[in-house]
Write a protein that binds this ligand. Sequence first.
Ligand code: PMV
Length: 326
Amino acid sequence: MNNIPLTATAKAHTNIALVKYWGKKEPQLIIPNTGSLSVTLNDFYTTSTVTFANDLKEDQVTIDDYQLTSEEKTRVVSFLDIVRNMSGCQLKARVTSNNHVPTAAGLASSASAFAALATASTHALGLDLSTTELSILARKGSGSACRSIYGGFVEWLAGDSDQTSYATPVTSNLSDLNLVVLNVNKNKKKIGSRHAMAESVATSPFYKEWPNVVNQDLKTVKQALLDDDFTTLGMTSELNAMRMHALTLSADPSFLYFNGTTLKIIEEVHHLRQSGIECYCTIDAGPNVKVLCQNQHLDAVIAHFTPLLGATNVTPTKMGPAVTLL
Ligand code: PMV
């Protein structure tokens, strides 16, 4: 164990899917039914320090100064078990994670958390993984985490086995993109994405169309990125998000991630577009909204939503980088 550092710190940025992942074909290994495509964000990230030590009787996990209870940390412990089995070292670990989200934006994300944890824990145990191997590992913590290994635009190739399901960077000529994160509610989401997507797969009569929707949207978005075509990118992303949420509305029992403010923002985005301020929205498994726009309209979008939500809940960001070791 002489050359093994036993401790490492990594920084991973969160990502927002423009073509969403919604449904698994293999829940244990987290193999999705479809591919997905995201953009990594610059201003939202997690740093995670992992230290393996002799004196620890069990794994300790602290997130933003809060020490997780046994129940809360099971997902992290299972993940560390995978890393321990890969390395052959059975030491317990101390994990200290901090979510860096500007002001009150409330976008703490399992994507950045598990990408940082995968990178820090494997490095601490002296495992020298390729980015593809890191992406495969991060996927087992949280599906969307496999995309946070890379910066910029990233596609998760669905695959059909552990070794064939991973993320890869997407070629883009897009020259101008801002995302304005609108924080509507920073309380924990009511229905976790894991359970919610399983319900949609099992009970929405519309789910069978979802793979066709995603395949078409992936082609359209990748072409839009090559063509520097913001309009097609925005329109396709917004429609893909709405169609994902249609799968929750059409599940039995039906459920909804939007609240009243979310609906108001969607309407406002439509109004802004009609008045010549080109912007589009996307929404994940919660009420918060991300608005896509170009530089020429950024000030107008921020000015429009600030009175409604307050300045601390309106956070502009740009594309962010890949995971790094600190
Ligand atoms: O990786 P999870 O289990 O947090 O699921 C992510 C689900 C969405 O954010 C709604 C879509 C996506 O592709 O990120």
